[in-house]
Design a protein around this ligand. Sequence first.
Ligand SMILES: NC(=O)c1ccc[n+]([C@@H]2O[C@H](COP(=O)([O-])OP(=O)(O)OC[C@H]3O[C@@H](n4cnc5c(N)ncnc54)[C@H](O)[C@@H]3O)[C@@H](O)[C@H]2O)c1
Length: 255
Amino acid sequence: MKLNQKVAIVTGAAQGIGLACASRFVQDGAKVMLTDINQAAGAAAAGRLGSGAAFCLTDVSVKAQVDSLIDATLAAFGRIDILVNNAGITHAADFLDLTEDDFDRVLRINLKSMFLCGQAAARVMVRQGSGSIINMSSVNAVLAIPNQVPYVVSKGGINQLTKVMAVGLAQYGVRVNAIGPGTIMTELAKQAVLSSEDARKKILSRTPLGRCGEPEEIASIAAFLAGDDSSYMSGQTIYADGARLALNYTVPVKE
Ligand SMILES: NC(=O)c1ccc[n+]([C@@H]2O[C@H](COP(=O)([O-])OP(=O)(O)OC[C@H]3O[C@@H](n4cnc5c(N)ncnc54)[C@H](O)[C@@H]3O)[C@@H](O)[C@H]2O)c1
């Protein structure tokens, strides 16, 4: 039970990668506060995970709600050792058509939320003298999808946020790392990039392992970064992408 005695917050935990992280942390002995804007699914998920889990309704892009989430976690479990900044959305629009409102909305939910939750949780971790923050980035921090402009920008920003937090918080014993998933089988991926057979084939043709990932394969990396097995690691982004970022243009693309 590598996360015994630890308390975690996982954002966007009602489904997908966030839910897999929350489940894995509970299995590993942690107490977990799941949080999401989807009250019904989030509360049901926490209920299924048992007495080691609780749910708090939070829009992570709103500071007052983030402050309430921190208070609720301290009231329920007494401390905060791990934060997984996972909540995120996509918005499809070509660059020339994208509206200012949609650009701002995606940046607020995907990037600003990680600053808000990261700062609020870090203040508690600094008082405790230790902590691990994990930001959910993407291969799209470094690879562009032309009709996912604010998503790609937000993920690039998350990689730099991870570094600047890691450097600023190192003196307090707080580590900050990111995970950059490739295509993982969740609702988000089904809507954004796996909407048709043709799209699926394109993705697989650029994924040397020849398959999409499962949420549990990201959760196991989160468990590693959350616990003491990664005690000397901070400021890094770990890419779990089926070797997509290693693929050179000279490698023939399978049809
Ligand atoms: N699935 C993939 O292929 C993939 C690849 C790379 C990165 N990611 C990243 O992983 C993270 C999780 O993605 P997923 O695929 O599990 O998505 P998902 O859509 O299945 O789950 C995202 C969850 O976040 C919640 N959420 C959305 N806005 C919120 C807000 N303002 N406050 C709180 N919760 C909110 C949603 O209700 C949902 O439960 C995202 O940051 C995403 O960018 C996913």
